[in-house]
Design a protein around this ligand. Structure first.
Ligand SMILES: Cc1cc2nc3c(=O)[nH]c(=O)nc-3n(C[C@H](O)[C@H](O)[C@H](O)COP(=O)(O)OP(=O)(O)OC[C@H]3O[C@@H](n4cnc5c(N)ncnc54)[C@H](O)[C@@H]3O)c2cc1C
Length: 448
């Protein structure tokens, strides 16, 4: 008899609770990763980042990783039949699509009399665990954080990789190739994630409280990619933290990820539907009728420097700073009056750290229709945000070369400089002051 370990968003060998559980079976174990069927429709950068993550995992396994593209249920049942598998083990997902996928796998394997054992989660505290005294879910971040902090988190799991009887991939195994070249070489994998964490703890965590809001600085951990791919587990992150100021703030950010996973688990429809349903009835603009505005937002041509810098950073690198994620999200919903899902979809297409819970609820929080929502009437002013969080204009300078001739006093307001438009930068596509009033008027309509 043999077993399969189905790697999902947990592509690492250490601190992998489900993998440790699989090792305890003491059966020959085939490590498997199934690339999604829609891989070819992702941007080259997203395809590349996923492929590199799987390749890094494969090279850390003594006999490599079995890779196929397709539906997990189809791939796993076919392997199970071929290899006389008695059991499939995997990490349990708590997001909407992950749950649907594991139910399909469970049913397909069940037809063959094979058990799917789901263990652990992608979180330090399993979604659904933190509750109010009356056992209902906690809907607001601050009390969630308090109760989440009271949970005991196990120390990181460790595995003697050589003690496992790994099986070699079968002839069907193949790593897919890119549909077109990625713009740059992504570095992925568990080893890189751990060294990124070490560098962050050594050099940057101490100034994290001040620097984390500054897109012009390299002040955050850049661990979101590794967390999204499961190349590191939040247990490992938390285990390295103490009580020093930056470390506490960092812990709170990790808790936002855990909070949104919990919220999505309790409200699975909110992956693409309104957390506050009344906002579905708001008057929004049609992306067909106003397609040029949507295109300007996507391509970084809105005429608002911080918005355009951020959107270009996203498209060119697959990552965007948290502060500017909020700014561009507010701009799409409240200055351009589009539904948040259009932006979330674009982020999903481009973010190499795409995470269904953090993306859907990061968008809804900014759009004012999510959990402990920053209220809808709080509209980010893209000029003031730029001046405050990119005070020297370095961020805009880096991503919007048409403005790099301007100094810090005019780079966020090129319309104030006689030469502001000399290199072809577009004037604003909307007037922020007017659109803010329009957004507030639509809110009043909704209140009826
Ligand atoms: C509109 C919008 C969409 C977003 N979409 C995603 C997404 O698809 N994937 C994703 O991982 N994050 C998302 N975020 C959250 C946040 O922007 C990123 O996690 C962060 O920018 C990643 O950079 P970092 O690892 O350097 O963060 P750090 O500041 O170093 O934070 C460490 C970790 O804490 C978590 N974290 C930090 N801030 C948040 C937050 N506001 N919400 C949830 N988790 C957080 C992340 O896992 C992050 O890696 C979104 C935020 C917004 C406003």
């Amino acid at each position: 008899m043999t077993a399969i370990f189905w790697f999902r968003r947990d592509r690492r060998l250490q601190d992998n609770q489900a993998l440790n559980r699989a090792a305890e079976e003491s059966l020959p174990l085939l490590p498997v990763f199934v690339f999604p069927e829609n891989l070819g429709s992702l941007t080259p950068l997203r395809q590349h980042s996923l492929i590199e993550s799987a390749k890094a995992l494969s090279s850390s396994l003594p006999r490599g990783l079995h890779c196929e593209v397709g539906k997990a249920a189809t791939v796993l049942t076919s392997l199970a039949k071929e290899l006389s598998v008695s059991k499939v083990l995997a990490t349990k997902a708590f997001d909407t699509d992950g749950i649907a996928e594991q139910l399909a796998v469970e049913a397909a394997l069940g037809d063959l009399g094979i058990q799917l054992e789901l263990v652990g989660s992608y979180y330090a505290v399993q979604p659904g665990t933190v509750r109010k005294d009356d056992q209902s879910p906690v809907r607001v971040y601050t009390p969630f954080y308090r109760r989440w902090s009271e949970q005991s988190v196990e120390p990181p799991y460790s595995l003697d990789v050589k003690s496992v009887n790994w099986l070699s991939p079968t002839a069907a195994s193949a790593v897919p190739s890119l549909t077109s070249a990625a713009p740059y070489q992504v570095i992925a994998g568990e080893e890189f994630a751990l060294s990124t964490l070490q560098r962050f703890l050594k050099d940057r965590v101490f100034s994290y409280s001040e620097d984390r809001n500054r897109p012009d600085k390299n002040g955050t951990s850049k661990l979101s990619h590794a967390l999204a791919h499961g190349e590191i587990h939040p247990r490992t992150l938390l285990n390295g933290l103490g009580a020093a100021p930056g470390q506490e703030v960092f812990r709170k950010e990790i808790a936002w990820r855990e909070f949104y996973a919990d919220v999505l688990f309790h409200n699975p429809r909110t992956v693409n539907d309104y957390y506050e349903p009344r906002f579905a009835n708001m008057r929004y603009d049609s992306p067909v009728e106003f397609s040029e505005k949507l295109l300007a937002w996507k391509t970084g041509q809105t005429g608002y420097p911080i918005v355009d810098a951020a959107m270009r950073q996203l498209v060119q690198t697959g990552w965007m700073h948290n502060r500017t994620r909020m700014i561009v999200a507010s701009f799409l919903v409240k200055d351009l009056h589009f539904e948040w899902q259009l932006g979330a979809q674009f982020f999903e297409e481009h973010l190499t750290d795409f995470d269904p819970a953090s993306n859907a609820h990061g968008w809804q929080w900014t759009a004012g229709c999510g959990t402990d929502a920053s209220p809808y009437y709080r509209v980010f002013n893209p000029v003031l945000q730029g001046i405050k969080f990119d005070p020297n204009g370095h961020y805009v300078n880096r991503w919007v070369p048409e403005l790099s001739h301007l100094d810090k006093t005019s780079i966020h307001e090129p319309w104030n400089d006689i030469s502001g438009y000399q290199h072809g930068y577009p004037p604003p596509i909307v007037d922020h002051g007017q659109e803010r009033l329009e957004a507030l008027a639509r809110l009043e309509e909704l209140k009826g």
